[in-house]
Design a protein around this ligand. Structure first.
Ligand SMILES: *Cc1c(COP(=O)(O)O)cnc(C)c1O
Length: 413
């Protein structure tokens, strides 16, 4: 079995493996044939393409995929196949990666704080024209490093008050309303395209959060007294986790449409969104192996320094799980709540869950953990030597569906 080293975030999928399976296999069949001792990353290209297609279909504007969420080329290609053409890059490496794969992609540099060299290379070598900023100093950098270009898109990131999203992003980025208004006025004299962006926080469960953010954007626009060409509602769109089924995507789209309708924007103003999690999460699961069962806890071969950092103490997500018994046979129907320990020597490498699995789960079994397409692989480290993984493409449905994302054929059924 070939081992793919994950030192870089983006590693090509082992396509050779596909030749052994005339159609893409399902996870159980693959695991019981390959019996992997390293974490097995299972990509679902069809699911990724479907979620991109669904978002592009429902959102009335441009959909920018937030590349940081999962930058694997196989993921980016699947989203492209689903009709996605715009990318939210936050570093020069992400810009380079996307441009290398898709010469025709529209790449937007959406990190408010950039190095001078990244701005210069993005503009001159990779054709990036849109840059986000949240301070006058960053605007000066952008102008200086693009040699005072006159074809820029300058997007002002607005700070939002702390919301109820699972990950709050309000502390680090964004201009206060009066600063944002002053920046917009300044940008209007400098660029043919200007706009406002915000981010409500990741895994945002309240559609109304977008409406509130849009109302704040409206106040900033009134203060600025200038017209904008772009209104970017950011990312934050949620997916299902066990015990947390979010409102359907339509509810978020409707809230955005209501919020936008109140703003009296110029007819030519484009709407943008920057989903990451919503597109990527269902597209990858990880199969871990039970190395030991001790004192009722399961010691598995991946953890918080691998793809499971969001299951650790600080975030504590409960991901969907499914047992693939080592003997391939039936197991106890009785479920038990387990906690996981990861493979490194750090005692913080612990995932409380609880994860519900058959009570007789034991050493040698595998556990498929779902919804890890977002911020799973992307956050993997090589700590303690546990950087070896395998990546395969599979065909089956994800462990959990998120309301609103089923493809048309399945919705009708
Ligand atoms: C991380 C990020 C996103 C994606 O957020 P999700 O919650 O994954 O949708 C979008 N825009 C910006 C600026 C980000 O930093």
């Amino acid at each position: 079995m070939n081992v793919v080293r994950y030192r870089a975030a983006a590693v090509p999928v082992d396509r050779a493996r596909r030749s052994r399976y005339p159609v893409l296999p399902d996870v159980s069949r693959l695991v019981l044939t390959e019996r992997p001792d390293d974490p097995l990353h299972c990509l679902r290209p069809r699911v990724l393409a479907e979620s991109a297609a669904r978002f592009v279909e429902l959102f009335s504007g441009d959909v920018l995929y937030a590349v940081k969420c999962n930058p694997q080329p196989a993921v980016l290609r699947a989203l492209w196949k689903g009709g996605l053409r715009h990318f939210d890059a936050a570093s020069l490496n992400e810009v380079r990666l996307v441009r290398g794969l898709f010469p025709a992609a529209v790449i937007h540099f959406m990190h408010p704080i950039k190095t001078r060299s990244a701005i210069r290379q993005a503009y001159f070598q990779y054709g990036v024209r849109d840059f986000v900023l949240d301070a006058a100093e960053e605007l000066d950098k952008i102008l200086a490093e693009t040699d005072d270009a006159t074809d820029l898109g300058l997007i002002v990131r607005l700070a939002l008050p702390k919301g109820k999203a699972v990950y709050d992003l309000s502390g680090k980025f964004g201009a206060a309303p009066d600063e944002a208004a002053a920046l917009l006025r300044k940008c209007r004299h400098l660029a043919p395209k200007i706009g406002i962006s915000f981010h409500v926080g990741s895994q945002c469960l309240e559609p109304e959060a977008y409406e509130r953010a849009l109302a704040l954007a409206g106040e900033v626009l009134a203060m600025a007294g200038v017209d904008i060409d772009v209104l970017d509602v950011g990312g934050g769109f949620p997916v299902s986790y066990p015990a947390e089924v979010p409102p359907p995507l339509d509810a978020f789209i409707e809230a955005i449409d209501r919020g936008v309708a109140k703003l009296n924007l110029p007819a030519a103003c484009r709407l943008w969104s920057e989903p990451g999690r919503a597109l990527a999460a269902p597209g990858e699961s990880i199969v871990v192996r039970v190395i030991a069962r001790k004192n009722g806890a399961l010691y598995v071969n991946d953890g918080i320094y691998g793809a499971l950092s969001d299951a650790g103490a600080s975030i504590g997500f409960r991901f969907p799980v499914r047992l693939i018994g080592a003997d391939g046979g039936e197991r106890n129907d009785e479920l038990r709540a387990f906690e996981f320990f990861g493979p490194t020597c750090d005692s913080a490498d612990r995932m409380k869950g609880p994860f519900l699995l058959p009570a007789d789960t034991r050493e040698g079994d595998w556990i498929e953990i779902g919804q890890l397409g977002a911020y799973g692989t992307a956050l993997r480290t090589g700590f303690n030597g546990f950087d070896q993984t395998l990546t395969v493409e599979v065909e089956d449905r994800p462990l959990l569906e998120t309301p609103g994302y089923l493809p048309a054929a399945m919705r009708a059924a």
